[in-house]
Every structure is written in C-alpha cells, then in structure tokens.
Write a protein that binds this ligand. Structure first.
Ligand code: 3BY
Ligand code: FES
Ligand code: FE
Length: 417
C-alpha cells in the first residue's frame, strides 16, 4: 500500500520560508506540493513575487483606438488603467486616486478626456498629472506631487504588457520577436470581434499547466482537433516523419510569402514563438477548418498560415492564423479561482455578418475553454485531497508543463531572494 506523503506543510504554516523549503526539496519534473495549488498564504506570495514583479499581458493596443481610450485590468488586488494619451502613447497607471485612494476607472473599457475620480471628482490628465481638485485643500497642497503612479508598459506587436515592479525584468528581445513575427498579421489594425470571460475554479498554475500540454487533447477536445496538430515543432520529441514533412512543406510555402515561422525561445522558457502547420487542408481553428473571416489580417494573402503560437508566462498563450487571431489572458482571482479572458481578433475593416459570423469564429475555442475548465477544476478537486502527492510529468508529452513549472520555481526562488 502506498502511504500518504510524510513531508507535508500544513496550509496554516505557509510563509516565505516554507515556500523556500518546498522549492528546495522539489522533486524535478514532478507536480508541486499541495500548498502551491490551494494555500491562501501561498497565493498572496504568488501575487507579490510573480504577478507584481513579472511582465503581465494586459490587453491589445487596438482596444485603445483613440486618444483617451482606456482599458482596465486587475492584477491581484492592484487595479491598473491603460490608456492612449494625447501624444498617442500607450501608458499605464495604478488605478487608485491620490486623494483617499478610490478606484478611479470602474469600467472595463471606455473613452474619456480626463480620468475623474468618482469619489470627490479629482481629475487627472491622460499623462497622469493631477489637474483639478476643487478649492478644498490648504495652501501647502502641491498638485504636482499628486499625479497618478505610473506602471511599466510595453507594446509589442499589438500586445500590451505591464509590470508593477519598480525595476522591470528584461523584455526587449521578446518585443523584437513580436514585431517581427506579427508584422504580416498587423494586429495594430485589428479589432476584438468577440471576447469571453470565464472563471475557472482552479489555481492559476493548474490552468497554465493544463494549457501547456496536449496529452489530454485526444480525449477532451474533438472540436479543436479538427484543425490542431498537437506537436510543437520539428524538435517535438513526438514529431512523426509525416509531421516533419508537412512542416517542411509549409515552411517552403511561408518562405515564399516572407512569413516568419522559426522556433524561438527567450528568457528561460518565458517566451516561446513558433509557427506550426494546422491539419492538412485546414486553415483556421473553426469547425470546418476554413477561415472564419473572409478579410485576412494585415498583408496576408493566403489563409494557409498554420498557427503562430505565442507563449508569454505567466499569463498568456495565443494562436495567430491568417484570418483571425486568438489571445488568451489569465488573471488569478483567489487560490482556487482564475479568470480566463479570450479575445478573438479580425481585421479592423472586417464586417460582422458579411466577412465573419461571430458564432462561427468563437465556436471551437468556446468549446475548448469549457472542456479545459472542467479538466482544471477536476484537477483542483483531486489536488486538494489529503491523499495528493506530487506526481511525475511525461517528458515527451508534458515538456511544456515542465518548462512552465521550472520557470515558475526559478522566478519564485530569485524573487523571494
Ligand atoms: O493550443 C493550445 O493552446 C495548447 C497547446 C497544446 C495544448 N493546448 C490546447
Ligand atoms: Fe478620489 Fe477623493 S478619493 S477624489
Ligand atoms: Fe486543453
């Protein structure tokens, strides 16, 4: 009989030192100890050490089409507002008033000439400076030192990343990659045609782990498997001769159209980009595998572009096709709740009902997200068991999960100091 593991740190005893101990004694290529997936204290440490220190995918620049357009995102307990200022620059600020701290922008998105706090109407310019606060403060009050606190903000190929740390980790190589690989897709001139938001009752790491493997695909994703080939690239340990031949054929076709495809990994598994073929004869992640939008993205002339897969740890994975683009964003809510936001983008001039049908566009990934949600929630239920103990990842089928967990553990160790 296998016994329940002896080494177990009670959730009530989790602190930074306990996290360090568990990181030190981690069994390589195994799932993490239980508190990583369900402890309230460890969730707070994840927020402080990962989500408040790393670059976080926040939204798309095409969601900010005009000066004064803004979107908001809550990173843990820290609300952030991202806007296009009067010089057309995209910038981010802590969405908290410098008077008594009220959240300022309450909507998910909008457009405004100034950010006006709903509490006592202090008003901020789009560059964050405080420009109005009634006549109510005494003479010593200095407006110039009460502007909004800024947040690092980086646009890359139409994606917006923010970082709440004082000093942000490097991102320049990834920015260059994103501009290069996404140039044909021109997401700067795209629009969000459909957006979905679901809450999964699972720790954010279980949600990412689930996404990083296709070991579960055969049994769970019939709609996705109409078009998806689950291999990563020629370097995938499971790649068959047929797959390698298909990759080479597609790469020749893409080279002729000046479409980038090379496998690229940056920053210790944090960012991976690769273009891989879809199933032969299919061009898009739709039920029939055909393009969902008649108007292709950017300068693309053939829908046969496979899927440009972009990974950004800790909170985004993406599929870029010739006709549409799908961006996934995860935001941890609590130890066992994670928000998954999916954006389907098409060319900004594509007309709903003429060039694309939103139901057709979203069908496959709505179904896939629902299936993944069930898998992650079941995973959480089992991980919560007193009988749970770290289990082995498959090196051939789950190398992506190993890469994610290694990245997470390394960042935790370094950020915890
Ligand atoms: O397609 C995705 O987003 C990932 C990659 C492999 C499994 N999963 C469906
Ligand atoms: Fe914003 Fe008072 S808290 S104006
Ligand atoms: Fe899945």
């Amino acid at each position: 009989m296998t016994k329940v593991p002896a080494q177990r740190i009670d959730n009530s005893l989790i602190d930074r030192n306990a996290v360090k101990t568990m990181l030190e004694r981690r069994i390589p290529d195994h799932t993490l100890e239980q508190p990583f997936y369900n402890s309230e204290a460890l969730f707070q440490i994840d927020m402080e050490e990962i989500f408040h220190k790393e670059w976080i995918f926040a939204g798309m620049s095409c969601e900010l089409p005009k000066r004064g357009s803004y979107i908001t995102v809550d990173i843990g307990l820290s609300p952030v507002v991202i806007l296009r200022d009067n010089k057309d620059e995209i910038r981010a600020f802590h969405n908290t008033c410098r008077h008594r701290g009220s959240k300022i922008c309450l909507a998910d998105k909008g457009k405004t000439p100034k950010l006006v706090c709903p509490y006592h109407q202090w008003a901020y310019d789009l560059d964050g400076s405080l420009v109005y606060n009634g006549q109510d403060m005494d003479e010593s009050f200095d407006r110039s030192t009460h502007g909004l606190a800024s947040v690092h903000c980086q646009v890359a190929g139409g994606y917006i990343f923010v970082c709440l740390a004082e000093t942000a980790p490097p991102i320049e190589d990834f920015v260059k990659d994103m501009e290069y690989y996404l140039e044909p897709h021109d997401l700067y001139n795209a629009k969000v045609a459909v957006q979905s938001e679901i809450i999964e009752k699972a720790n954010w790491k279980l949600v990412v782990e689930n996404n990083r493997e296709c070991y579960h695909c055969d049994n769970s994703h019939p709609e996705l498997l109409n078009s998806l080939l689950e291999w990563d690239d020629n370097n995938d340990p499971r790649a068959t001769p047929e797959f390698i031949a298909l990759v080479e054929k597609q790469q020749t076709f893409w080279t002729d159209m000046d479409i980038p495809y090379q496998y690229q990994m940056r920053y210790d598994n944090r960012n991976r980009i690769v273009r891989t073929p879809l199933k032969e004869g299919t061009h898009s992640m739709t039920m029939d595998g055909q393009a969902a939008s008649k108007k292709l993205l950017g300068r693309i002339t053939s829908p046969d572009l496979g899927a440009l897969r972009i990974l950004h740890l800790p909170n985004s994975w993406n599929h870029g096709m010739g006709d549409h683009h799908i961006a996934f964003q995860i935001l941890p809510i609590s130890p066992q709740e994670t928000k998954v936001i999916t954006r389907w983008l098409v060319h900004k001039d594509a007309v709903e009902g003429v060039d694309y049908d939103p139901e057709n566009l979203r069908h496959v990934w709505d179904a896939t997200n629902a299936q993944d949600r069930t898998l992650s929630e079941n995973n959480q239920l089992g991980v919560n068991s007193m009988g749970y103990q770290p289990g082995p990842y498959s090196k051939t089928y789950e190398f992506g999960v190993i890469n994610f967990v290694n990245w997470y553990c390394e960042r935790m160790k370094e950020n915890l100091g």
